[in-house]
Every structure is written in C-alpha cells, then in structure tokens.
Design a protein around this ligand. Structure first.
Ligand code: FES
Length: 163
C-alpha cells in the first residue's frame, strides 16, 4: 500500500513495531537516531521510507537527515534484501579477461545497473573487487559459490538459476 506520494506504507504490525521502538527509546533526541536505525534494521530487515519518516518526526530531524545517515552506513539497507545477490569481480585481473563486457551483458540481461535489484526484487547485481580467485577470471559469486571463467552464456545460466 502506498500513500499519496507513492511512499510504501508499513503494515500495521511493522508500524506498531516502529512506534514501540520509539516509546522504548531512552530519549527522543538526535542521539537516539543510530540506535533506533539499528533496531529498525534488526527487526524489519531494512529501513523502509515510512520508518524514516516516523524517526524524523519523533527526533525532530528532517527526513533528508535521517535518510542521509541511513544511506551513509553500510549497516542499513533501505530496501528489502533481494533473494539472490550476483557479485561480479571488477578488479584488475578480472578486468584483463573481460569482466567489463561480462558486467555490461549482466546489466542488459537483468535490466539493472550495479546495486539495483530487478523489478521483482529477487536479484541484485553487485560489483566486488577481488574474490581471491584471480587466476580463473572473470569471476562471479552467487550465494556462497564462486564461479570462474564465466562466459556470457554461463552467466545467463547462473542468472536463470537465480530467478
Ligand atoms: S581480480 Fe577478480 S578474483 Fe581477483
């Protein structure tokens, strides 16, 4: 469900949870922002836009300030984590054997840029710098498994398995 501005709304349970966290905070001052963001991340698995609004209102901060902090720290996800994260190594050894072309292929195939999830939210493409498998590039990691000498065709098969 979205509000009039298109901001996704929290479910009643998640809304109650965020309100509960606010009532449990020792003080509703800007110093409480990081602990509250951690609590929201831990309980909801990410920090949704509606939670940012609630925290900003409660702590007398602007939404931009809360969003700025939440997006600055890698501890916080602003969207639900996709089911499958496909990591492409973009470091030097993999560059020398075509990882840039492989990345372009992956982006075109999924219709996303790096750090974006597919519209169904299931697959996210990430760039990493060295997977420790430099002799067999280009390298791709899907879940906990590293695949070496990945061709566009092999990447297509891996992406297909991820969907
Ligand atoms: S440079 Fe790609 S795995 Fe090391």
């Amino acid at each position: 469900m979205d509000d009039r501005n298109g901001t996704p709304q929290l479910s009643p349970g998640d809304l109650a949870l965020v309100r509960d966290l606010l009532t449990q905070a020792p003080a509703l001052t800007p110093d409480a922002l990081l602990p509250l963001l951690h609590a929201v991340q831990q309980r909801l698995g990410h920090v949704p836009p509606e939670a940012i609004r609630l925290l900003a209102d409660a702590l007398n901060l602007s939404r931009a300030e809360v969003h700025g902090v939440a997006s600055f720290y890698h501890d916080f996800d602003l969207a639900p984590t996709p089911e499958h994260v496909v990591q492409l190594c973009m470091a030097e050894a993999c560059q020398s054997v075509g990882c840039r072309e492989l990345a372009s292929h992956a982006q075109a195939r999924l219709g996303v840029d790096f750090d974006e999830a597919t519209p169904d939210g299931r697959v996210q493409l990430k760039r990493v710098y060295c997977l420790g498998n430099c002799a067999t590039g280009p390298n791709v990691r899907v879940a906990d498994r590293i695949y070496g000498r990945v061709t566009p065709e092999r990447l297509d098969a891996l992406l297909e398995d991820s969907r």
